[in-house]
Design a protein around this ligand. Structure first.
Ligand SMILES: Nc1ncnc2c1ncn2[C@@H]1O[C@H](COP(=O)(O)OP(=O)(O)OP(=O)(O)O)[C@@H](O)[C@H]1O
Ligand SMILES: [Mg+2]
Length: 362
């Protein structure tokens, strides 16, 4: 178990800056998720920690040591990959024991046997130990991959989208198993994914990465409820946050296209004045819009263009003025396509962004 720090780490491939002056501090025992779209630099970041890539500049610090110059074997980190990398001709047991058989480890056979058994028990694959790895399901193979990491007692676990090749149902159950495993082991996990649900459900903290840069670090709650910019706001949440053009008008924000206004808080007013911001983006999540019986404050009228039934909830696609908004409402309301409705917007839970920079205004 160890904490991990990246200090100004940069990695350039020819014309692509895959990791751009990255600063990160991952705490001892933390489940840290690096979340970002494809090409964001997630895998490269993990590979830099594992020693599979060499940083062009900056420091990778594990525990008390700068590890930039250490070989992968010397780093004492374990990586689980997206694709199962099991040896097909070996049994599950042999696959799991493999990293322990290195001469340099000099481990006695009974110690190896004990570690493999313990990991297999933790992962519920005890009964599969003598099977060939080719005779396993995808979920079992990925468990063996994780088992191979566990037996090594590494300082830190690096996981690169380990569940992305599993079907939806298995992925969901493996998510909770991994979360439980993390709690049981108390080790430091750095977990990479492009799947926001995975990040939200498993992480102690999330770092949102795009184009090699960290855009925000926070708990799932902070990332969802206090997004630092429009990228984070739109990347997390499904259906995604509604974003509308808006203008400052004295003490208020005029959400012109939808035809309603909201009052600015004192601190928002101050930030807007200081930065001379004129053009805003107004953001409100679909679950913060509700259907009410009659007009009151912060209400506007709209038309239901079409409804998507999700079982537990309905997603309404609404036309409001010239804007299109999505709202999540209860199916009990019995709303139908074409209905004229009155919408109430939870303005206290709305977000404002600078349209030029995308930065949140708080
Ligand atoms: N060995 C390499 N040579 C050249 N370019 C590379 C190499 N590895 C990565 N890149 C580039 O660096 C950028 C970051 O890649 P990386 O694999 O880290 O992204 P990622 O966030 O893991 O994406 P994904 O979600 O698709 O796995 C991409 O633009 C990629 O094309
Ligand atoms: Mg990747």
């Amino acid at each position: 178990m160890a904490e991990l720090k990246l200090k100004g780490v940069t990695k350039v491939f020819k014309d692509v800056t895959a990791v751009d002056n990255l600063d990160l501090e991952i705490k001892n025992g933390e489940f840290f998720v690096l979340l970002g779209p494809t090409g964001a630099g997630k895998t490269t970041t993990l590979r830099l920690v594992a020693g599979l890539e060499k940083a062009d500049s900056g420091e990778v610090v594990l525990g008390d040591d700068v590890i930039n110059e250490l070989s992968p074997a010397e780093r004492d980190v374990a990586m689980v990959f997206q694709y199962y990398t099991l040896y097909p001709h070996m049994t599950v047991k042999e696959n799991m024991a493999f990293p322990l058989k290195a001469k340099s480890r000099n481990l006695p056979d009974d110690e190896i046997e004990a570690r493999v058994l313990k990991a297999a028990r933790t992962l519920n694959i005890e009964s599969k130990l003598n099977r060939k790895s080719t005779e396993l399901s995808g979920g079992e193979m990925q468990r063996v991959g994780i088992g191979r990491a566990i037996v090594r007692n590494p300082k830190i676990f690096l996981m690169d989208e380990p569940l992305s090749n599993l079907d939806a149902k298995l992925r969901e159950s493996m998510r909770s198993e991994l979360a439980r495993l993390h709690i049981d082991m108390g080790e430091t996990f750095v977990y990479v994914t492009h799947d926001q649900v995975e990040a939200m459900t498993m992480a102690d903290r999330i770092g949102v990465l795009n184009e090699g840069k960290i855009l925000q670090i926070g708990t799932p709650d902070q990332i969802y409820n206090e997004p630092a910019n429009t990228f984070v706001a739109t990347f997390v949440g499904s259906p995604q946050i509604n974003l509308l053009n808006a203008e400052v008008d004295g003490d208020e924000v005029n959400i012109t296209s939808a035809g309603y206004r909201m009052k600015l808080t004192a601190s928002q007013k101050k930030a807007i004045a200081e930065k001379g911001i004129k053009n805003l983006l107004y953001g409100v999540r679909p679950e913060e819009i509700s259907i009410v019986k009659e007009q009151e404050d912060n209400c506007c009228s709209g038309t239901v263009k079409f409804k998507q039934s999700m079982g537990a909830e309905d997603i309404l696609n609404l036309t409001v003025g010239t804007a299109t908004l999505k709202a999540i409402v209860s199916p009990q309301l019995g709303i139908r396509d074409g209905d004229k409705v009155v919408l109430k917007v939870e303005v206290s839970r709305s977000h404002l962004f600078d349209r030029e920079t995308g930065e949140a205004i708080r």
